[in-house]
Design a protein around this ligand. Sequence first.
Ligand SMILES: Nc1ncnc2c1ncn2[C@@H]1O[C@H](COP(=O)(O)OP(=O)(O)OP(=O)(O)O)[C@@H](O)[C@H]1O
Ligand SMILES: [Mg+2]
Length: 421
Amino acid sequence: MHQLHGALQLVENADREQLLRLSRTFLRVEEIIDSVTDLRRLLDLIMRESEQVVDAETSSLLLFDPLHDDLYFEIAHGPKGESVKTVRLPVDEASIAGATAVRRTPINIPDVRDSHFWNPDVDQETQFETRNLLAVPMQRKDRLIGVIEVLNKSNGDHFTDDDTDVLLVLANLAAIAIENAQLYEEKIQAERLAALGQAVAGISHYIKNVLTGLRGSMSLIDTAIKDQEYELLDRSMLVLRRSYGRIHHLVRDMLSYSKGREPNPRAVSPNKIIEELYDLMKESALSKDIEIKIDLEEDMPVLWVDPEALEGILLNLITNAIDAVYERCLIKPDPPGMIVISSSYGHETLRVSVRDNGTGMTEEQQLRIWTAFYSTKGSSGTGLGLAVTRKVIEESGGTLELESSLGHGADFIFSLPSPPV
Ligand SMILES: Nc1ncnc2c1ncn2[C@@H]1O[C@H](COP(=O)(O)OP(=O)(O)OP(=O)(O)O)[C@@H](O)[C@H]1O
Ligand SMILES: [Mg+2]
């Protein structure tokens, strides 16, 4: 209210020249608020405008820290502004900024030497000689946001009442910008926490599942030893190994997702890697009535690729394909489950496609599957597979594309730049 009254007063009192200058400043500040997204830079620009419009040599902006009930310098112009950033001023009558915050009204000091408030420590720190000073509070409704100070009137002995009114309007604009940024930050933080909570819940569920397998195999091993049943020992070791493998992959995926890894290209034959994986997975696919076929480039040269990356990508894509085909066949057994892995080479780029006739995905699903921890598999999936796969491909300078529609399977196609050896 005070600000609005001040602004109106200002407009009534101002001559034409002044009015033009003021409206230009307000327009520029509004433009700054609309176009600058980085809060610190935005405040920096508002303070420069403030200095100009009230003819101040320098200025500073202090923000209120409700946790410590004090003020700290967010922006401090002037020759040694940076050194003042460690100074904190309590919200009390001991300093001008503190008193402005307590009283929530402007304080205009025409000559600092006559002021009982004057605390020369800050001047000593900044090696700046303050002659006169004007401080105004920044607030939103009743909430204190901070204090703006302008120092040393350039063409005059001290700051005027008009200067106070202009600065109050600018302080109000700055307060709105700060509050918006703080609210935005709080919202982002809340979203991050929610996402983190979901991720932790998902991983805990997954790990709990693996632990159940581990506990089962431990009691099986106990029984096997007690009864000297070696066949049972074999079976329990199988469960133990599978559980170990699941935790191992989880940790590997989490590490590559959070840290990333440097590609480590070596001379390899990509077709050989595909064939090895085919051998590894064809039996378990067949046990689910799914046939895997390979269709490899005949003239594939030995290439310069990262074999671990290639293996990891293929493993994730083939596992997903098996899951999707299996899920579809449970509901609709015809046509028989089929996965085709094909490779080709051209323009120094290796292209591999993993195509399946599984469930397929809606367009909306296709947008979401790349997000870490998005999974439709409950506790049997972590939702990290595709996020990691895409990251590894992009780290190698490649691309990953998807063609799919609901009920018509999916085709994941990736390209890796790989010069011949
Ligand atoms: N070939 C596919 N066909 C249909 N849906 C798929 C296919 N591949 C992935 N999806 C969908 O994308 C989701 C995310 O896949 P992603 O590999 O990231 O995680 P996940 O397989 O659920 O778990 P994991 O981390 O164990 O791999 C899957 O849960 C599934 O819904
Ligand atoms: Mg997966």
